[in-house]
Design a protein around this ligand. Sequence first.
Ligand SMILES: [Zn+2]
Length: 422
Amino acid sequence: MQVEVDRLRSDVEANAEFGSLDVDGRGRTVLAGTDANRRARERLVDRLEDAGLDVRVDAVGNVAGRWTPPSADPGAAPVAAGSHLDSVPEGGIFDGPLGVYAALEAVRAMQDAGVDLDRPVEVVSFTEEEGQRFADGLLGSSVAAGERSVEDALSLTAERVDENGDGTGDEETLESALSSIGFRGEGRLDASEWDAWLELHVEQSQRLERAGVPVGVVTTITGITHCAVDVVGEADHAGATPMLERTDALVAASEFVRSVERAARDADSETAVGTVGSLDVSPNATNVVPGRVEMGVDVRDVDYDAMNDVVDDARTTLARIEDERGVETRLDRRFDLRPTPMSDRVREAAHDAGEAADVATLDLHSGAAHDTMHVAKVADAGLLFAPSRDGVSHNPAEWTDWDDCATATRVLAGALADLAGA
Ligand SMILES: [Zn+2]
């Protein structure tokens, strides 16, 4: 099979024009349901149809193009691949679109080579992966996996934006945003009907670059826990209150911040990370001893036990700080997503495809969330990474060399062909 780097490149570059920014590098802002998003979607539909795929758009705007080769049973469960076309504000041109257009290029390579498949192949673009307007992220895939209902998704609201992407001050629902760009379709794309799923994405860190390996095969997508932590002391006069008579919530909180760093570093798992990413100090005045601090803690790992250890350590630390400093504390573990292991069968197909194409592959985990997390709940799912230069993403400096894009797409094509019964 011959993946054509120029064909893939021209697709990704044409898509990069929608919402493009006048900045150093190649930046774009493509939020779900905006005019830039409409144009990106319309071009995708055109390109899918150019390749002879049957395109449908579901009620939440997920786009799927199906190729049923003459050799395939049209009723067989398809093998699907894709990613997303939306971006973060001032994002890069590869995060998302590479996976969508690589899936299309893989189909074109299979068509050109005349491979005989038992199953149809589906190219998918999910709605609002980045979660910048309507939801926290992974919106379209959450509906496709049955985690969120169509009705619930369509009733989500965000500020309406004009053609330039500027806020207008009034609200609109996802349903009205999709209707206004012509992508409020029918029915629900159902990922549980897929035999297998494979997403190609940029790595967003430097492990492939450092290892000099062009393709990563993800073993597990990290789990994520968010805890809200309150430390309550007593607000007091910064001048009139002697040092030994204070109950300073911020000094107590600072011990907690250090302890989260230490607990994640000392965890039994090398991949565990812990971050106190937000701090809200009250009353936040220079001449007042801080009376209260609210913190947001983010803990991630591929090992759920290690995640729990970091949270347990945080609780122990808070109990100690209460004793030592006289503050009151509370920890609320308000969000918890377990690690998602990728399917052995799909990973094996990816490694085999690498071997057949003489491309080295490396097992690694994903520290970022992807649509594949949702799909993995209902279908055998896999995730491939292409190298990110300097590990940069969500930034116009995001870059993956075109040859690396093509190399990863060769592995994607080989794996999809294998999974579809070539
Ligand atoms: Zn992405």
